[in-house]
Design a protein around this ligand. Sequence first.
Ligand code: PMM
Length: 283
Amino acid sequence: MGVVNVTPDSFSDGGRWFDTTTAVKRGLDLVAQGADLVDVGGESTRPGATRVDEAEELKRVIPVVRGLASEGVTVSVDTMRASVAERSLEAGAALVNDVSGGLADPAMIPVVAAAGAPFVVMHWRGFLEGGNVRGVYADVVTEVVDELHARVRDVIEGGISPDRVIVDPGLGFSKDAGHDLALLARLDRLLGLGHPVLVAASRKRFLGRVLADPGAPPPPARERDAATAAVSALAAQAGAWAVRVHEVRATADAVRVTRAIERARTAHPTPSAPGAHGAEGAR
Ligand code: PMM
C-alpha cells in the first residue's frame, strides 16, 4: 500500500503532494513501483496536528481519489470522517482506512457498512493533546490485541461484514518505540484475531530511535526508507496482509524476495524426523 498524503504537514512527506495533479501523478508512480493499492489522505494524524475542516479535507481528497480510480488504481481513503469516506467511495475508492477505527465519527460504521467496503480498524486511544497520556500499558501486546478485538466486535455489530475487516496495530499512536517493537515482534498475536493485518511502520519515530547513533539525534523521516523496507520484509514473513509505505520500490522488492524464499521453503521442507525417510532422511 503506497501512501499519498495530500497535506501540507504530515511528518514524513508533508507538502510534497499537495496539489491534485502532483498527488495523482505520485499515486501512479507508486503503482509503477509495485504498489497494489494507494492510500489517499487529506488530514495529518501526527501528534499535535490540528484537524482540518471537512470542506478542506473533501477538497484535498476527492479529486485525487477520482483521478486515481479513473486510471484503474485500487484506492483506499485514509480518513476519520464519514462524509469523506462516503464521497470517496462514490468517487471510486475501494477501501476505507480509519485510524480511529470508527471512533472519531459515529456515522463512519453505517456509511462503510452500507457501501459494503473493506474497513481498516486501527488501534487508537484517541486524539493526542499534549503529552502521550494514553500511551501507558502494562502489557502492550495483550492490551492492543484485546482493544482491537473489542473494536472489531463493535464494527461487526455495526453492520460491517467480518470478511471486510482489516486490523492494524497503529504503530506510533499512543505508543513509544518499545511498544511499536513489541507489537512487530508479536504480529502472530494480531494475526490470531483472524483478520488480515495491515502494518504501517513507514518512516515512523521508532525507526528513528532504532537508527540513531548513541547520543545523536535520529535521522530525519526521509532517511528511514531502508529500515522501512526491512520491517516490510519481516512483516510479510510474519503473515501481514499489507504494509503501508511512503516509498514503494524498496518495500515491493523486499516483499517479493520474502515471498520467493517462502516458496523455496515450501519446496524444500525440513525432514520431519531423522530416519523418517530411511537412510536418506538420516543423513
Ligand atoms: N499512520 C499514519 C497515517 N495513516 N493508517 C493506518 N491504517 N495505520 C497507520 O499506522 C497510519 C495510518 C501516520 O503516518 P503518515 O501520516 O506519515 O502517513
